[in-house]
Design a protein around this ligand. Structure first.
Ligand code: KIV
Length: 284
């Protein structure tokens, strides 16, 4: 099923034109109910490949498949009305050649109804980004710490410190020049993020890259306190929903064991044998 174009929705050119303006608000979503929650507040909703770690319990994003991204993309599409939906290309689905990237990205767009894809990598991916962008396939780039390269980096370390800064700078310039409409800058020092943001023509969207960027993105489960004890320095927890959920589940367990739940108002009676009065007055 492909989604019908929504004329109210924010487009990649809209995002591109926000360079240097009011900061772009971006969050991830992987399900319809969360997409509904974030949509009115966000410019961009990313179906990130972080879904593999956050919802599927994988140890990294490397095991995420195209099918998983398409399934979650379809679910998110059903919950969005205005935000631009971007879907991450998973590891192994785009690096081989521009043609491979186009084939898989076109499938993601056709099957999920997203308006753009995101792929990781800088100068090495410039040719692929140009190939897609020139064929009507808008690309959000992702440089700095690119989690799919965790094995090459030897961990989820800050990138671009000292002499390494020049590598990240060149990556950002290369993807902008290749036609990406925005670039995610992940886990780089503030001074580097500020310099890149001043230099590239497209919006920079930071995650662990300071408020100097043109926008911010976080994994929604991280900022809601839903993803266990994972709390890297760059994540601010705006709520502790994990703790609230745990308390609710413990209360339920206790009430079931003590036969306090279900109570009279949750029970259906047989009218012929005498109905229970329910709180809502609903006929049992
Ligand atoms: O997969 C993801 O969630 C990302 C981040 C930039 C949030 O790529």
């Amino acid at each position: 099923m492909s989604a019908v174009a929504n004329t109210k929705a924010i487009t990649p050119p809209d995002i591109r034109s926000r360079k240097g303006g009011t900061p772009l608000v971006c969050l991830t979503a992987y399900t319809t109910p969360v997409a509904r929650l974030v949509d009115p507040h966000c410019d961009v909703v990313l179906v990130g490949d972080s879904v593999g770690m956050v919802l599927h319990g994988l140890p990294s994003t490397l095991g995420v498949t195209l099918e998983m991204m398409i399934m979650h993309g379809k679910a998110v599409r059903r919950g969005l009305e205005q935000a631009l939906m971007v879907v991450d290309m998973p590891f192994g689905s785009y690096e081989e050649s521009p043609e491979q990237a186009f084939r898989n990205a076109a499938r993601v767009m056709a099957e999920t109804g997203c308006a753009a894809v995101k792929l990781e990598g800088g100068a090495a991916m410039a040719e692929t980004i140009r190939f897609l962008a020139n064929r009507g396939l808008p690309v959000m780039a992702h440089v700095g710490l690119t989690p799919q390269a965790v094995n090459s980096f030897g961990g989820y370390r800050v990138q671009g410190r000292g002499e390494d800064a020049e590598r990240i700078r060149r990556d950002a310039l290369a993807v902008a020049e290749a036609g990406a409409f925005a670039v995610v800058l992940e886990k780089v020092p503030e001074a580097l993020a500020r310099g890149i943001t001043a230099e590239v023509a497209i919006p920079t969207i930071g995650i662990g890259a300071s408020a100097a960027c043109d926008g911010q993105i976080l994994v929604v489960d991280d900022m809601l306190g839903l993803f266990g004890d994972f709390q890297p320095k760059f994540v601010k927890r705006y709520a502790e929903l994990g703790q609230a959920a745990e308390a609710a589940i413990a209360a339920y367990a206790q009430e079931v064991r003590e036969r306090m739940f279900p109570a009279a108002e949750h029970v259906f009676a047989d009218p012929l044998k005498g109905a229970h009065a329910t709180k809502s007055g609903e006929a049992a």
